[in-house]
Design a protein around this ligand. Structure first.
Ligand code: CP
Ligand code: NVA
Length: 312
Protein backbone atom coordinates (compact mmCIF):
# COMPACT_ATOMS: atom_id res chain seq x y z
CA UNK A 1 0.00 0.00 0.00
CA UNK A 2 1.32 3.47 -0.88
CA UNK A 3 1.23 5.96 1.96
CA UNK A 4 0.70 9.60 0.95
CA UNK A 5 3.30 11.51 2.99
CA UNK A 6 3.42 15.33 2.94
CA UNK A 7 6.15 16.54 0.53
CA UNK A 8 8.01 18.45 3.27
CA UNK A 9 8.05 18.59 7.07
CA UNK A 10 5.01 20.28 8.57
CA UNK A 11 6.20 20.63 12.18
CA UNK A 12 9.29 20.30 14.34
CA UNK A 13 8.73 18.59 17.68
CA UNK A 14 10.91 16.63 20.08
CA UNK A 15 10.42 13.05 21.24
CA UNK A 16 11.71 13.39 24.78
CA UNK A 17 9.47 11.28 27.01
CA UNK A 18 6.08 9.60 26.83
CA UNK A 19 4.78 11.86 29.61
CA UNK A 20 5.07 14.77 27.14
CA UNK A 21 2.94 12.97 24.53
CA UNK A 22 -0.81 12.45 24.35
CA UNK A 23 -2.44 9.09 23.81
CA UNK A 24 -3.32 10.29 20.28
CA UNK A 25 0.34 11.07 19.59
CA UNK A 26 1.36 7.57 20.62
CA UNK A 27 -1.47 6.07 18.56
CA UNK A 28 -0.43 8.12 15.50
CA UNK A 29 3.16 6.86 15.81
CA UNK A 30 2.16 3.23 16.37
CA UNK A 31 -0.26 3.24 13.42
CA UNK A 32 2.40 4.64 11.12
CA UNK A 33 4.95 2.10 12.39
CA UNK A 34 2.55 -0.76 11.68
CA UNK A 35 1.71 0.62 8.21
CA UNK A 36 5.37 1.10 7.22
CA UNK A 37 6.41 -2.30 8.60
CA UNK A 38 4.22 -3.96 5.95
CA UNK A 39 6.65 -2.76 3.27
CA UNK A 40 9.68 -1.32 5.08
CA UNK A 41 11.56 -0.13 1.99
CA UNK A 42 8.59 1.43 0.18
CA UNK A 43 8.47 4.87 1.84
CA UNK A 44 11.14 7.55 1.60
CA UNK A 45 9.72 10.74 3.17
CA UNK A 46 13.18 11.60 4.61
CA UNK A 47 14.95 11.69 1.21
CA UNK A 48 17.68 14.33 1.25
CA UNK A 49 17.51 14.77 5.04
CA UNK A 50 20.12 13.91 7.65
CA UNK A 51 19.78 12.32 11.10
CA UNK A 52 22.61 12.76 13.63
CA UNK A 53 23.01 9.99 16.20
CA UNK A 54 25.01 11.00 19.29
CA UNK A 55 26.07 8.31 21.77
CA UNK A 56 27.60 8.92 25.18
CA UNK A 57 26.91 5.29 26.15
CA UNK A 58 27.31 2.01 24.23
CA UNK A 59 24.52 0.72 22.00
CA UNK A 60 23.83 -2.05 19.52
CA UNK A 61 20.07 -1.94 18.84
CA UNK A 62 19.51 1.81 19.07
CA UNK A 63 22.46 2.57 16.84
CA UNK A 64 21.68 0.02 14.13
CA UNK A 65 17.90 0.41 14.18
CA UNK A 66 18.06 4.20 13.81
CA UNK A 67 20.74 3.93 11.12
CA UNK A 68 19.00 1.31 8.97
CA UNK A 69 15.58 2.86 9.65
CA UNK A 70 16.70 6.30 8.48
CA UNK A 71 18.25 4.75 5.35
CA UNK A 72 14.97 2.98 4.63
CA UNK A 73 13.23 6.37 4.94
CA UNK A 74 15.55 7.66 2.21
CA UNK A 75 17.72 9.77 4.51
CA UNK A 76 21.34 9.84 5.62
CA UNK A 77 22.95 9.29 9.02
CA UNK A 78 25.90 10.74 10.89
CA UNK A 79 26.93 8.82 14.01
CA UNK A 80 29.03 10.57 16.64
CA UNK A 81 30.30 9.57 20.05
CA UNK A 82 29.99 12.18 22.76
CA UNK A 83 33.68 11.76 23.64
CA UNK A 84 34.79 13.01 20.22
CA UNK A 85 32.46 16.03 20.30
CA UNK A 86 32.51 19.30 22.20
CA UNK A 87 29.38 18.16 24.06
CA UNK A 88 29.72 19.90 27.39
CA UNK A 89 33.52 19.96 27.18
CA UNK A 90 33.81 23.74 27.14
CA UNK A 91 31.01 24.37 24.64
CA UNK A 92 27.57 24.25 26.21
CA UNK A 93 25.22 21.50 25.14
CA UNK A 94 22.66 24.09 24.05
CA UNK A 95 25.27 25.65 21.74
CA UNK A 96 25.97 22.20 20.30
CA UNK A 97 22.22 21.96 19.60
CA UNK A 98 22.25 25.35 17.85
CA UNK A 99 25.21 24.43 15.65
CA UNK A 100 24.04 20.90 14.81
CA UNK A 101 20.68 22.34 13.74
CA UNK A 102 22.47 24.22 10.93
CA UNK A 103 23.72 20.91 9.49
CA UNK A 104 21.17 18.19 10.20
CA UNK A 105 17.39 17.83 10.10
CA UNK A 106 16.90 15.77 13.25
CA UNK A 107 19.02 14.46 16.13
CA UNK A 108 19.01 11.55 18.57
CA UNK A 109 20.97 11.60 21.83
CA UNK A 110 21.83 8.73 24.17
CA UNK A 111 23.29 10.18 27.33
CA UNK A 112 23.50 10.02 31.12
CA UNK A 113 21.47 12.78 32.80
CA UNK A 114 18.17 13.75 31.19
CA UNK A 115 19.17 17.38 31.79
CA UNK A 116 21.70 17.11 28.95
CA UNK A 117 18.95 15.92 26.62
CA UNK A 118 16.68 18.77 27.67
CA UNK A 119 19.48 21.31 27.18
CA UNK A 120 20.25 19.95 23.71
CA UNK A 121 16.56 20.14 22.79
CA UNK A 122 16.30 23.71 24.12
CA UNK A 123 19.23 24.85 21.97
CA UNK A 124 18.27 22.89 18.86
CA UNK A 125 15.79 24.19 16.32
CA UNK A 126 15.40 20.70 14.83
CA UNK A 127 13.70 17.79 16.64
CA UNK A 128 15.63 15.88 19.31
CA UNK A 129 14.85 12.23 20.11
CA UNK A 130 15.64 10.55 23.43
CA UNK A 131 17.74 7.47 22.66
CA UNK A 132 17.97 6.58 26.41
CA UNK A 133 19.00 8.49 29.50
CA UNK A 134 19.56 7.30 33.06
CA UNK A 135 15.93 8.21 33.65
CA UNK A 136 13.99 6.91 30.63
CA UNK A 137 13.93 4.99 27.34
CA UNK A 138 10.76 5.96 25.47
CA UNK A 139 11.79 4.54 22.06
CA UNK A 140 12.04 1.13 23.70
CA UNK A 141 8.55 1.32 25.15
CA UNK A 142 7.07 2.40 21.80
CA UNK A 143 8.55 -0.81 20.33
CA UNK A 144 7.25 -2.79 23.32
CA UNK A 145 3.70 -1.45 22.87
CA UNK A 146 3.86 -2.25 19.15
CA UNK A 147 5.07 -5.80 19.86
CA UNK A 148 2.40 -6.52 22.46
CA UNK A 149 -0.38 -5.27 20.18
CA UNK A 150 1.01 -7.32 17.27
CA UNK A 151 0.92 -10.49 19.34
CA UNK A 152 -1.93 -10.03 21.82
CA UNK A 153 -4.14 -7.30 20.35
CA UNK A 154 -5.08 -3.95 21.87
CA UNK A 155 -3.10 -3.02 24.98
CA UNK A 156 -6.28 -2.00 26.84
CA UNK A 157 -6.86 -4.15 29.90
CA UNK A 158 -3.60 -6.07 29.61
CA UNK A 159 -1.77 -7.06 32.79
CA UNK A 160 1.89 -6.17 32.40
CA UNK A 161 4.22 -7.36 35.16
CA UNK A 162 7.70 -5.88 35.42
CA UNK A 163 10.01 -8.13 37.44
CA UNK A 164 13.41 -7.13 38.86
CA UNK A 165 14.95 -3.66 39.00
CA UNK A 166 12.15 -1.26 39.96
CA UNK A 167 14.34 1.82 39.65
CA UNK A 168 15.01 1.50 35.95
CA UNK A 169 14.91 3.77 32.89
CA UNK A 170 12.86 1.42 30.68
CA UNK A 171 10.38 0.93 33.52
CA UNK A 172 9.99 4.71 33.93
CA UNK A 173 8.88 4.93 30.30
CA UNK A 174 6.49 2.03 30.94
CA UNK A 175 5.07 3.98 33.89
CA UNK A 176 4.56 6.95 31.56
CA UNK A 177 2.73 4.61 29.16
CA UNK A 178 0.54 3.40 32.02
CA UNK A 179 -0.59 7.02 32.50
CA UNK A 180 -1.75 7.13 28.86
CA UNK A 181 -3.33 3.71 28.40
CA UNK A 182 -5.86 1.71 30.38
CA UNK A 183 -3.54 -1.15 31.30
CA UNK A 184 -2.47 -2.69 34.61
CA UNK A 185 1.22 -2.30 35.40
CA UNK A 186 2.58 -4.26 38.37
CA UNK A 187 6.20 -3.91 39.44
CA UNK A 188 7.71 -6.78 41.44
CA UNK A 189 10.96 -5.59 42.95
CA UNK A 190 12.90 -5.77 46.21
CA UNK A 191 12.17 -2.83 48.54
CA UNK A 192 15.76 -1.57 48.08
CA UNK A 193 15.30 -1.23 44.31
CA UNK A 194 11.64 -0.46 43.92
CA UNK A 195 9.92 2.36 42.01
CA UNK A 196 10.93 5.79 43.39
CA UNK A 197 7.97 6.95 45.49
CA UNK A 198 7.61 10.34 43.74
CA UNK A 199 7.28 8.60 40.35
CA UNK A 200 4.81 6.05 41.75
CA UNK A 201 2.61 8.65 43.45
CA UNK A 202 2.66 11.00 40.45
CA UNK A 203 1.64 8.21 38.06
CA UNK A 204 -1.13 6.99 40.36
CA UNK A 205 -2.39 10.57 40.65
CA UNK A 206 -2.52 10.72 36.85
CA UNK A 207 -4.72 7.62 36.85
CA UNK A 208 -2.19 4.89 36.14
CA UNK A 209 -3.21 1.45 37.39
CA UNK A 210 0.24 0.99 38.86
CA UNK A 211 1.30 -1.11 41.85
CA UNK A 212 4.76 -1.79 43.26
CA UNK A 213 5.15 -4.94 45.35
CA UNK A 214 7.83 -7.39 46.44
CA UNK A 215 5.74 -10.58 46.09
CA UNK A 216 6.38 -12.68 42.96
CA UNK A 217 2.82 -14.05 43.22
CA UNK A 218 1.57 -10.91 41.45
CA UNK A 219 2.86 -12.50 38.22
CA UNK A 220 -0.26 -14.72 38.35
CA UNK A 221 -2.37 -14.21 35.23
CA UNK A 222 0.07 -11.76 33.62
CA UNK A 223 -0.29 -11.19 29.88
CA UNK A 224 3.28 -9.92 29.65
CA UNK A 225 6.30 -10.44 31.90
CA UNK A 226 9.09 -7.92 31.36
CA UNK A 227 12.50 -7.53 32.87
CA UNK A 228 15.76 -5.69 32.24
CA UNK A 229 19.35 -6.10 33.35
CA UNK A 230 19.95 -5.72 37.08
CA UNK A 231 22.84 -3.30 36.59
CA UNK A 232 22.16 -0.54 34.07
CA UNK A 233 24.94 1.35 32.31
CA UNK A 234 24.75 4.22 34.81
CA UNK A 235 24.49 2.10 38.00
CA UNK A 236 27.56 2.04 40.25
CA UNK A 237 26.14 -0.22 42.99
CA UNK A 238 26.48 -3.50 41.08
CA UNK A 239 27.25 -5.76 44.07
CA UNK A 240 24.22 -4.66 46.10
CA UNK A 241 21.95 -4.97 43.07
CA UNK A 242 23.18 -8.46 42.18
CA UNK A 243 22.63 -9.54 45.77
CA UNK A 244 19.11 -8.15 46.29
CA UNK A 245 17.77 -8.95 42.84
CA UNK A 246 18.65 -12.71 42.79
CA UNK A 247 15.14 -13.79 43.95
CA UNK A 248 13.62 -11.81 41.07
CA UNK A 249 15.06 -13.83 38.20
CA UNK A 250 12.58 -14.56 35.40
CA UNK A 251 12.86 -18.34 35.14
CA UNK A 252 10.59 -21.18 34.01
CA UNK A 253 8.96 -21.46 37.46
CA UNK A 254 8.06 -17.77 37.50
CA UNK A 255 6.72 -17.87 33.93
CA UNK A 256 4.39 -20.74 34.92
CA UNK A 257 2.56 -18.27 37.18
CA UNK A 258 1.73 -16.05 34.19
CA UNK A 259 -1.16 -16.70 31.79
CA UNK A 260 -0.48 -19.57 29.34
CA UNK A 261 -0.40 -17.07 26.43
CA UNK A 262 1.96 -14.69 28.30
CA UNK A 263 4.83 -13.05 26.47
CA UNK A 264 8.32 -12.64 27.89
CA UNK A 265 9.93 -9.32 26.94
CA UNK A 266 13.32 -7.71 27.54
CA UNK A 267 14.79 -4.60 25.91
CA UNK A 268 18.15 -6.42 25.56
CA UNK A 269 21.04 -6.77 26.07
CA UNK A 270 20.12 -9.71 28.33
CA UNK A 271 22.43 -11.17 30.94
CA UNK A 272 21.54 -14.83 30.60
CA UNK A 273 21.60 -16.61 33.94
CA UNK A 274 21.07 -13.36 35.84
CA UNK A 275 17.73 -11.60 35.26
CA UNK A 276 16.52 -14.29 32.83
CA UNK A 277 17.29 -17.94 32.18
CA UNK A 278 18.10 -19.42 28.76
CA UNK A 279 14.95 -21.53 29.13
CA UNK A 280 12.77 -18.40 29.19
CA UNK A 281 14.50 -16.14 26.69
CA UNK A 282 14.79 -19.00 24.16
CA UNK A 283 11.23 -20.27 24.75
CA UNK A 284 8.30 -19.86 22.34
CA UNK A 285 6.87 -17.29 24.79
CA UNK A 286 9.85 -15.00 24.27
CA UNK A 287 9.07 -11.96 22.09
CA UNK A 288 12.51 -10.39 22.44
CA UNK A 289 13.68 -10.67 18.83
CA UNK A 290 10.48 -9.21 17.40
CA UNK A 291 10.68 -6.56 20.13
CA UNK A 292 14.21 -5.67 18.97
CA UNK A 293 13.15 -5.54 15.31
CA UNK A 294 10.22 -3.30 16.19
CA UNK A 295 12.66 -0.71 17.54
CA UNK A 296 13.40 0.11 13.91
CA UNK A 297 9.78 0.29 12.75
CA UNK A 298 8.70 2.35 15.77
CA UNK A 299 11.64 4.75 15.44
CA UNK A 300 11.02 5.30 11.72
CA UNK A 301 7.52 6.44 12.72
CA UNK A 302 8.95 8.58 15.56
CA UNK A 303 11.27 10.34 13.08
CA UNK A 304 8.32 11.04 10.78
CA UNK A 305 6.13 12.22 13.68
CA UNK A 306 8.81 14.64 14.88
CA UNK A 307 8.69 16.36 11.48
CA UNK A 308 4.95 16.03 10.90
CA UNK A 309 5.49 13.60 8.04
CA UNK A 310 2.24 11.80 8.72
CA UNK A 311 0.42 10.28 5.71
CA UNK A 312 -3.07 11.69 5.09
N1 CP B 1 17.54 -1.92 24.02
C1 CP B 1 18.50 -1.07 23.65
O1 CP B 1 18.34 0.16 23.70
O2 CP B 1 19.64 -1.68 23.22
P1 CP B 1 21.05 -0.99 22.93
O3 CP B 1 21.62 -0.55 24.25
O4 CP B 1 21.87 -2.07 22.29
O5 CP B 1 20.84 0.17 22.02
N1 NVA C 1 18.47 -0.26 31.68
C1 NVA C 1 19.45 -0.52 30.65
C2 NVA C 1 18.83 -0.47 29.31
C3 NVA C 1 19.74 -0.78 28.17
C4 NVA C 1 19.07 -0.68 26.83
C5 NVA C 1 20.59 0.47 30.77
O1 NVA C 1 20.31 1.67 30.91
O2 NVA C 1 21.74 0.06 30.74
Amino acid sequence: MTLAFPAAPTVSRDFIDLDRLTRDDVRTILSLAVAMKKDPKAHQPMAGRVLALIFEKPSTRTRVSFHVGMQQLGGEVITLSGAEMQLGHGETIADTGRVMSRFVDIMMLRTFSEHKLHELAEGASVPVINGLTNQSHPCQVMADLMTIEEKLGNITGKKIVWVGDGDNNVLTSWIHAACLFDLELCVVAPPEFTVPSALLIDAQRKGAKLRALADIEVVKGADVVITDCWVSMHNSDAAARMDKLQPYQVNEKLMRLAAPHALFMHCLPAHRGEEVTDGVIDSPQSAVWDEAENRMHAQKAIICWCLGLIPQ
